[in-house]
Design a protein around this ligand. Structure first.
Ligand code: SF4
Length: 365
């Protein structure tokens, strides 16, 4: 079964750290964009899928009618399994009860809310359009209207963030009716407003040690409150791991619809035109054929980010080779350094390995 990703590239305003394919001030193109999504979905008509993820951008910026139409396009064009997971991303400040009901009646059964922080000063510093109270109320509105599977995204390493303010954010997070928490470190991307502010000294970020401490604290705190880490940045209550994202991390096939969306068919990765207008008028799909070496590297990097790690048997099943014949030196080196462990046929990062995961994963490229 494949995963379906649908990209909705509209946003109210660009957040300062964002380098995603998302655009402010282009909602006039929404209907033409959804027409183009429908045309692209026809190409894959009948494909079997058990996960759908409508992300962005800000899908919740669409009207209730447009939300229903996007859902209908998915159910009409794909053969979606009965036990499906259908996630839609929501940004606080762009949602109301009508839209939530449109999502539910359209078949969405998992909501993912971009909270980022429950500290107003931090939200301001990164240019979010909402305050902490709106984020809090958004989660309750989703729950009250019938969503029982809700993720919230939070961020660490934010300008002016302290251990105290992180603790406050986490305390509020676990008090909410949520099943999943994604916690990512802020990354300063080239060309963003945040990069300009950082380079000019206008903002100061927590140093590397504090960032690491924040990650360790987050991980422990969430574990104590029933959210187990199943991927470096993702924590879930039992049975609520995100099935769609697990497909990316385990090398399964997916179909991406929309501007800048990617698809993967087991051999090649396809990427759509990035701009909204280009996607609507003449979507040009680029193709990158993946060599076996590329596929092996991706399998290692994404697999090692998972808490359960990489199965030597899966490696053999996929690539017809023993993992130890390809990466024996690297694996032994990291096992001796206590950065990787081997247990019951699985290689996984140790807590120390997670701390320096970027350097460890680099060696499998
Ligand atoms: S809401 Fe998300 S996609 Fe839109 S600008 Fe902010 S970070 Fe980027």
């Amino acid at each position: 079964m494949k995963g379906i990703y649908v990209h909705i590239p509209f946003c109210t305003r660009k957040c300062k750290y964002c380098d995603f394919a998302s655009y402010a001030g282009k909602m006039r193109l929404a209907d033409a964009y959804i027409d183009a999504l429908e045309n692209e979905a026809h190409i894959y008509r009948g494909a079997e899928a058990d996960t759908v993820f409508v992300g962005g951008g800000t899908p919740s910026l669409l009207s209730a009618e447009r939300i229903k139409r996007v859902c209908k396009i998915c159910f009409e064009n794909f053969n979606i399994a009965d036990n499906y997971e259908f996630t839609m991303e929501i940004n606080p400040g762009t949602i109301d009860d009508d839209k939530i009901r449109a999502m539910l009646s359209g078949g969405v059964n998992r909501a993912s809310v971009g909270v980022q922080s429950f500290c107003g000063a931090e939200l301001n510093a990164i240019g979010r359009i909402h305050d902490a109270e709106t984020a809090y109320n958004t989660v309750y509105a989703l729950s009250k209207n019938g969503f029982s599977n809700i993720n919230i995204d939070i961020m660490t390493g934010l300008p002016s963030q302290s251990m105290e303010s992180l603790k406050e954010t986490l305390t509020v997070a676990v008090s909410l009716p949520v099943t999943h928490i994604s916690a990512y470190s802020l990354i300063i991307e080239d060309g963003t407003e945040m990069e300009r502010e950082y380079s000019s000294g206008k903002i100061i970020l927590p140093d590397e040690d504090t960032d690491r401490e924040m990650y360790a604290y987050t991980s422990d705190f969430l574990a104590k409150h029933g959210f187990s880490r199943y991927e470096i940045s993702n924590f879930a209550k039992e049975g609520f791991e995100c099935a769609h994202n697990i497909k990316y991390w385990t090398g399964e096939e997916y179909i991406g619809l929309g501007a800048a969306a990617h698809s993967y068919d087991g051999n090649a990765r396809y990427s759509n035109s990035i701009g909204i207008e280009e996607y609507i008028s003449d979507n040009k799909r680029d193709v990158i054929y993946l060599s076996e070496k590329d596929k092996i590297s991706e399998f290692m990097i994404t697999g090692l980010r998972m808490e359960k790690g990489i199965s030597a048997d899966d490696f053999y099943r996929l690539f017809g080779k023993n993992i130890e014949d390809i990466f024996g030196n690297e694996l032994n080196k990291f096992i001796n350094m206590n950065l990787i462990r081997y247990k019951n046929g699985l290689y996984s990062l140790t807590p120390r390995g997670i701390d320096v995961s970027n350097s460890v994963l680099c060696e499998f490229v």
